[in-house]
Design a protein around this ligand. Structure first.
Ligand code: CP
Length: 306
């Protein structure tokens, strides 16, 4: 576990199965109350260059609940970037103010660049359509809570698999656990070829379909993502797929009834609110697990949790 202290958390590509197990186990300890005050004396900068509700606020809640101090900004307009300062100079400056940095940015690779400039651990809170590692950590923890295991789960990922960074990170993580993955999307929003090539190179097969009913009736998890409007260059292309999926109670029954419904949120209209009342709908519990997961991660990288 000592290997996490001082470490940057940028991509699932950098993480071993043991790393993922360490984070899930540490989250369980934190959630059961076994690791209070682990950030006492630590100051964390939370810098969001792109909108967020869950990631930013659960990081801030995690820091405060662990006895740490937090500062930052919720949009680039509140920083000197609005006066023309570069991202690199922002990082070179803020690294001198804190013990760890959490960064969300619309450009792929921004967190990696920050990690090359910062002298404190950098945590990627989402970089463009690329990666969202801390979302994956809380997804894994939620599945472990739900099934008591991560090995061999059957998971369908449905929605915008082209631009959805959460599913890019999740597919890489589930490959470590021998998951059987089905990718469900319109043809123009399929999982990128580069991600599929990585899975195949690791010996992980998958199937691709367009409708959830084609995924079979034995899925353990249906992981839904919204269509990522902000990443489309062409508004007409967005409109052509904007409302392509809407999960209802009837669809859940058609999938066998016991499938757990997960979603990183925010949702737009891809899950009808009637689904919220089903015991299968675990997406708000999933979102709430963001706090202990981020407490555990920050504790590990700052050395407050061993
Ligand atoms: N899941 C997620 O990243 O949500 P936010 O965009 O609200 O942070």
């Amino acid at each position: 576990m000592g290997s996490f202290k001082g470490r940057h958390i940028i991509s699932l590509r950098d993480m071993s199965v043991d790393d993922l197990g360490t984070i899930v186990e540490a989250t369980a300890r934190v959630k059961s109350g076994g690791a209070a005050d682990m950030l006492r004396g630590s100051t964390v900068a939370v810098m969001f260059f792109e909108p967020s509700t869950r990631t930013r606020l659960s990081f801030e809640s995690a820091i405060l609940q662990s006895g740490g101090r937090v500062f930052g900004f919720a949009s680039p307009g509140a920083s000197s970037q609005s006066k023309g300062e570069s991202f690199a100079d922002t990082i070179r400056t803020v690294t001198g103010y804190c013990d760890a940095m959490v960064i969300r940015h619309p450009v792929e690779g921004a967190a990696r660049l920050a990690s090359e400039l910062a002298t404190v651990p950098v945590i990627n809170a989402g970089d463009g359509a690329n990666q969202h590692p801390t979302q994956t950590f809380l997804d894994l923890f939620t599945m472990e809570e739900e099934f008591g295991r991560l090995d061999g789960l059957k998971i369908g990922m449905m929605g915008d698999l082209k631009y959805g960074r959460t599913v890019h990170s999740l597919a890489m993580a589930m490959a470590h656990f021998g998951a059987r993955m089905t990718f469900i999307s319109p043809p123009n929003l399929r999982m990128p070829d580069s991600a599929k090539a990585e899975l195949l190179a690791r010996g992980i097969g998958f199937t691709e379909v367009q409708q959830p009913e084609e995924a079979g009736v034995d899925l353990d998890v249906l992981y839904i993502t919204r269509i990522q409007k902000e990443r489309f260059g062409d508004p007409q292309e967005y409109e052509s797929v904007a409302h392509c999926y809407r999960l209802t109670c009837e669809t859940v029954r058609a999938l066998g009834g016991s499938v757990r419904i997960m979603h990183p949120l925010p949702r737009v209209d891809e899950i009808a609110e009637e689904v919220d009342t089903l015991p299968n709908a675990i997406y708000f519990r999933q979102a709430h697990n963001g706090v202990p997961t981020r407490q555990a991660l920050l504790g590990l990288v700052t050395g407050g949790l061993e």
